[in-house]
Design a protein around this ligand. Structure first.
Ligand code: FES
Length: 118
């Protein structure tokens, strides 16, 4: 019983941090869009292959708007100085800079982003 209660609380916390942000079909393929969620600005990308990714919207170099970057080959190119970041995990391709990534999934056509507990 105790295990079940603890598990339920953990599940409830996890659910509380999951936010539906948009219908997946409304995200244009090969582009990003910026959303304000829980006090954060998050760039959500839909690749031409239909995969969805979520990264912090501000480039870690000098704050460039990553949602406005060019998307292709699994990366987004920052529109200010062309640093490239992998959509999968936010790691830099040609820089030590890394941008935070967020778990994201599509459930019943809705894009769900999981925010950290902090
Ligand atoms: S602000 Fe993004 S590369 Fe400089």
């Amino acid at each position: 019983m105790l295990n079940t209660t603890m598990q339920s609380r953990a599940e409830a916390r996890a659910l509380a941090n999951r936010v539906a942000i948009a219908r997946a079909e409304l995200l244009p393929a090969g582009q990003g869009r910026c959303f304000s969620i829980g006090g954060r600005k998050i760039a959500v990308f839909r690749t031409r292959a239909g995969r969805i990714h979520a990264l912090d919207a501000a480039c870690p170099h000098r704050g460039g708007p990553l949602a406005d970057g060019i998307v292709g080959a699994g990366v987004v190119v920052c529109p200010l100085h062309a640093y490239r970041f992998r959509l999968e995990d936010g790691s830099g391709v040609d820089t030590e800079c890394t941008v935070r990534s967020y778990p994201v999934e599509v459930v019943a056509g809705l894009v769900i982003v999981e925010l950290p507990a902090d």
